[in-house]
Design a protein around this ligand. Structure first.
Ligand code: NDP
Ligand code: MG
Length: 380
């Protein structure tokens, strides 16, 4: 029986991962970690019977412990707790479905312990790709992408020689505000930004999809995962999210992966790679689908995407500044403290105030994150 551990089991990717586990019935869940959702975690413990569980605060861990006192499960907390979940001895794969840069250290610890990573947490590769990819090689562990676009590219590359990639065509839905000009984005509200046309996801990534920052983060991840330069990654808007991404090879052939928008497909593919399993759900019907359309992204109205290319070009610590500034700005937007267009403005100002340092260590990355947070707190 395959054994897995999940960081962020109570979130959107975490619960869908457990759905895949439930539907297949042949994966054992050895360890789970979440932030604060004690209700959902209790239900998950009762259904999946992990041996080890982490909640972020001691208080939540204590509350959970009291609720599951009848079960043989050990409850831990804090960063030490996350590291324990990540390195739980029996798990072969760690699913990183946690949101934020907090995922970096546990991911590295799991890789050092020889575990394959089913990677959803974007921040890991965006900020520490230069550490993660060589480490994966050194330890002989696999990074199995969960994000639909990266899974699509990974699938397109099956049996191919990566040296023969000409470019990656990273598809984007364009989000709920596709087609709007900057002027029309000035007064959009949190509720409008949370309405994604095709995908149901966590709140933070849903806002990132509305600003196109999500595509910027995905471009930076793709660069590390597939060893391509940012200039060889073209963003293609494909509003229905049917084509999940494509690869163009040196001979001009383009290979694409298509499917209905359902995260359970890339999650299941990562868990069982290279095997494919039956997945219940809707199938694409090309007779009713009719057409698939394409557009160029509007980087003027959505500067969050342009700034990602700037951050990737500067390299080193700059992607960390991009990511950390966005993370904090999105939290402020969700708390209704700033407006929608303030998000890219804050990212831009934080990037302008920073001089990139090459090849940062994890400590340096986390220091830069903290200094960006400080700057944002003092100015906005
Ligand atoms: P959610 O907000 O839905 O879930 C986040 C999870 O992380 C929750 O289980 C939350 O726990 C947990 N968490 C937050 N803080 C901590 C902490 N300090 N310690 C332990 N656990 C913590 O996010 P998503 O599932 O949408 O996204 C997760 C990651 O996957 C992100 O990096 C996102 O960019 C990426 N991703 C998501 C996609 C999607 O379709 N949703 C697609 C591709 C990538 P709790 O709720 O209990 O506090
Ligand atoms: Mg995606």
């Amino acid at each position: 029986m395959k054994k897995i551990a999940i960081l962020g089991s109570t979130g959107s990717i975490g619960t869908q991962t457990l759905e895949v586990v439930r539907n297949n019935g042949d994966i054992e869940v050895t360890a789970l970690a979440a932030g604060s959702n004690v209700d959902r975690m209790e239900a998950q413990i009762r259904e999946f019977r992990p041996k080890l569980v982490a909640m972020w605060t001691q208080e939540k861990a204590k509350e959970l412990k009291a609720r599951v006192a009848d079960l043989p499960v050990r409850i831990v907390s804090g960063m030490d707790g996350l590291l324990e979940i990540a390195t739980e001895p029996e798990a072969e794969i760690l699913v990183t479905a946690i949101v934020g840069m907090i995922g970096i250290r546990p991911t590295i610890a799991a890789m050092e312990a020889g575990k394959d990573i089913a990677l959803a947490n974007k921040e890991t590769l965006v900020t520490a790709g230069h550490i993660i990819m060589p480490l994966a090689k050194e330890r002989g562990v696999r990074i199995l992408p969960v994000d639909s676009e990266h899974s699509a590219i990974f699938q397109c590359l099956n049996g191919e020689n990566r040296a023969q990639i000409k470019k990656i065509l990273l598809t984007a839905s364009g989000g709920p505000f596709r087609g709007r000009k900057k002027e029309e984005l000035r007064n959009v509200q949190v509720e409008d930004a949370l309405k994604h046309p095709n995908w149901s996801m966590g709140r933070k990534i849903t806002i990132d999809s509305a600003t196109l920052v999500n595509k910027g983060l995905e471009m930076m991840e793709a660069r590390w995962l597939f060893g391509v330069e940012p200039k060889d990654i073209q963003i293609v808007v494909q509003p229905k999210s049917i084509i999940h991404s494509m690869v163009e090879f040196v001979d001009g052939a383009v290979i694409a992966q298509l499917g209905t928008p359902d995260m359970k497909l890339p999650i299941q593919y990562a868990l069982y790679y290279p095997e494919r399993r039956h997945l219940p759900g809707e199938r694409l019907d090309f007779w009713t689908l009719g057409q698939i359309t394409f557009e160029k992204p509007d980087m003027e109205s959505f500067p969050g995407l342009r700034l990602a290319f700037d951050a990737a070009a500067a390299g080193g610590t700059m992607p960390t500044v991009y990511n950390a500034a966005n993370e904090r700005a999105v939290a402020k937007f969700l708390a209704r403290k700033i407006r929608f267009l303030d998000i890219p403005m804050i990212i831009e100002e934080c990037m302008a105030a920073h001089t990139a340092r090459p090849e940062p260590t994890v400590e340096e990355i986390l220091d830069v994150e903290a200094s960006v947070y400080e700057m944002i707190e003092s100015r906005w």
